[in-house]
Design a protein around this ligand. Structure first.
Ligand code: GUN
Length: 290
C-alpha cells in the first residue's frame, strides 16, 4: 500500500509555523511582512493563483498588495512599476505572475526585480547562488518539493532521481537541488529531446514529473517502490466541479500509485507547498537571513 504525500496538510502546518513567527515579529514591534503581486491581464489560472496567494498572506498575518494591469500594458510601464516596488521600503518582497502577454519579455521583467526582494526566487542572481549552494531565495516549486521530501523523511542519499522536464522554474532548479550536498541524490534530467525516456524513468527511485503533459507517467515506466512527485497542474474543463475546471497531473495516478512507496496527488500535493514557499521566502527577506 502506498503512502499519500499530503501537501495540503504539510503546507497548513508550515503556515501555522509562519503565523507564529509573524506574531512574534509583531509582539517584538518589528515590521510585518508585506508581499506584493503584479498581475497582468485576466488569465484564468493566474487569477486563481494570485487570489490564493493573497488569501495565504491573510492567513499568516502578512500584508499583501495586488497590483493589476490590463494585458495591453507596455513593457516599460511594467518595468517602471517594478522599479517603484524595488525602491518602496514598505514592500518586502514581490512577484510578477507569469505568463506575461507575448509583447513583454519575461526575461527582462524578471531581471529587473531586485534580487533582495525576489520572493519567487526567479532572478538569475538567486538561481546562480542556488547553483553554487549559497544562501538564497529558492524558486517556489522546487523549494516546496524539497520541503515535502524532507518532512516525509524520504531517503535521498545515493538514490537514483529522474526529473522529467527542464523548465527554468521547476525541472532545472529541482534537478540541481536534488544533487546538492545534504540531499545527495544521483540525478538525471529527461526532456522533449531525450531518447528512451521510459527506460530511464523505470530505473528511478525518485521520479519528479514536471512537463505539463497529463498522465505522461504510466505504470509500466515506474519501478516497484518508487517515490513519485507529480508537479503537473494542467487545467482541463470538467463538468464535475463548481468552477467547470479541474487540475490534472503528469502522472496516471490511478495505475501508478499502487506501485509506489510514496506519491503526491494532484491537487493537494506539490501545489499547496509552492504557495508556502512564497511566504517562506518573504519571511526570510524580512528576517534578513537568506
Ligand atoms: N506562474 C505559474 N507559477 C508561477 C509562480 O510560481 N510564480 C509566478 N510569478 N508565476 C507563476
Amino acid at each position: 500500500m502506498y503512502n499519500l504525500i499530503d501537501g495540503k496538510k504539510v503546507a497548513s502546518e508550515i503556515k501555522k509555523e509562519i503565523a507564529l513567527e509573524v506574531a512574534r515579529l509583531k509582539s517584538d514591534g518589528k515590521k510585518v511582512p508585506h508581499l506584493a503581486a503584479i498581475l497582468v491581464g485576466n488569465n484564468g489560472s493566474s487569477e486563481t493563483y494570485v487570489a490564493n496567494k493573497v488569501k495565504d498572506c491573510e492567513e499568516v498575518g502578512f500584508r499583501s498588495s495586488l497590483i493589476r494591469f490590463a494585458d495591453t500594458v507596455s513593457e516599460s510601464e511594467l518595468l517602471d512599476k517594478i522599479k517603484e516596488l524595488n525602491n518602496n521600503s514598505d514592500i518586502d518582497g514581490f512577484i510578477v505572475q507569469l505568463p506575461l502577454p507575448g509583447h513583454i519579455s519575461e526575461e527582462r521583467v524578471i531581471e529587473s526585480i531586485d534580487p533582495a526582494k525576489d520572493s519567487d526566487g526567479f532572478h538569475p542572481v538567486n538561481l546562480g547562488k542556488m547553483v553554487i549552494g549559497l544562501p538564497c531565495y529558492l524558486p517556489a516549486t522546487p523549494f516546496g518539493i524539497i520541503e515535502l521530501i524532507k518532512r516525509y523523511g524520504i531517503e535521498t542519499s545515493g538514490k537514483n532521481c529522474v526529473v522529467i522536464g527542464r523548465s527554468n522554474i521547476v525541472g532545472r532548479p529541482v534537478s540541481i537541488l536534488m544533487s546538492q550536498k545534504g540531499i545527495d541524490a544521483t540525478v538525471s534530467v529527461v526532456h522533449s529531446r531525450s531518447k528512451n525516456i521510459s527506460e530511464i524513468v523505470s530505473k528511478a527511485d525518485i521520479i519528479i514529473a514536471a512537463i505539463g503533459s497529463p498522465g505522461f507517467v504510466k505504470a509500466e515506466m515506474v519501478k516497484e517502490g518508487a517515490v513519485v512527485i507529480d508537479v503537473g497542474t494542467t487545467r482541463v474543463k470538467s463538468p464535475d466541479t463548481k468552477s467547470g475546471y479541474k487540475l490534472v497531473g503528469d502522472v496516471d495516478f490511478e495505475n501508478v500509485a499502487p506501485k509506489c512507496s510514496y506519491i503526491t496527488p494532484v491537487p493537494g500535493g506539490v501545489g499547496p507547498m509552492t504557495r508556502d514557499s512564497l511566504l517562506q521566502n518573504t519571511l526570510m527577506i524580512v528576517k534578513g537571513d537568506s
